[in-house]
Design a protein around this ligand. Structure first.
Ligand code: E4P
Length: 220
């Protein structure tokens, strides 16, 4: 399973990208607003930093406008993936943009039927929102597993992009459910990397190293 980061805050992307674990970035209109940056400017900066897929979402609700906006966004950088909502207009735009050779990420997916429609409209990625499904008392990971299974059964190549990830356990569960990608918030990356035994082990190694024979006379 690949990792994308789910943020439009450049400093967060820079930090996690330096770990060498990122294959892409997802944004949405709320994340762009939270970054306090101009949409095109921040997407350009992100794309220059991370070589992989960069999802940038349309903000129109009508198919014709989505198509025009998607075609424009796709010119900003070769790695742009146009993000479209899972609505009839979004599906229509997905088909047109896919046929024009533009990569798409169909977002706000909450059911297998929706995911099957997006795949038939040519979506490159489908984004089921695990956390928001959990929020209404259902199981977001079951949704990811069911979509992946339906895609495998149908020989569908659309990639399952697990979204709305809230904690490291979600990441593990998404991987075990067969997600191709998980888009993960900055905070969850920082939680994933830590383990108390890693820190305790490192503290012990450093203490022993500092106490070795002749240590004070040498540089570490
Ligand atoms: C996906 O691409 C969305 O940007 C994101 O995962 C939504 O997550 P949220 O439910 O935490 O807002």
């Amino acid at each position: 399973m690949e990792f994308f980061i789910d943020t439009a805050i450049v400093d967060e992307i820079k930090e996690i990208n330096a770990w060498g674990v990122l294959s892409g970035v997802t944004t949405n209109p709320s994340l762009i607003v939270a970054s306090g940056r101009d949409f095109r400017e921040v997407i350009g900066e992100i794309a220059a930093m991370v070589g992989g897929a960069i999802s940038a979402e349309v903000t129109s609700l009508e198919a014709d406008e989505m198509i025009a906006q998607g075609k424009d966004i796709a010119t900003w950088n070769e790695h742009i993936v146009v993000k479209l909502p899972l609505t009839p207009a979004g599906l229509q735009a997905c088909r047109v943009l896919t046929d024009a050779g533009i990569k798409t990420n169909v977002t706000l997916c909450f059911s297998v039927p929706q995911a099957l429609l997006a795949a038939r409209a040519g979506a490159t990625y489908i984004s089921p929102f695990a956390g928001r499904v959990d929020d209404i008392g259902w199981d977001g990971i079951d949704l990811i597993r069911d979509i992946k299974e339906a895609y495998v059964q149908g020989g569908i190549s659309t990639k399952v992009l697990a979204a709305s990830i809230r904690h490291p356990t979600h990441v593990v569960q998404a991987a075990l459910a067969g997600a191709d990608v998980a888009t993960i918030p900055y905070k969850v990356f920082t939680q994933m990397v830590k383990h108390p035994l890693t820190q305790a082990g490192l503290d012990g190694f450093m203490k022993d190293w500092a106490g070795r024979a002749g240590a004070s006379a040498e540089t570490p």
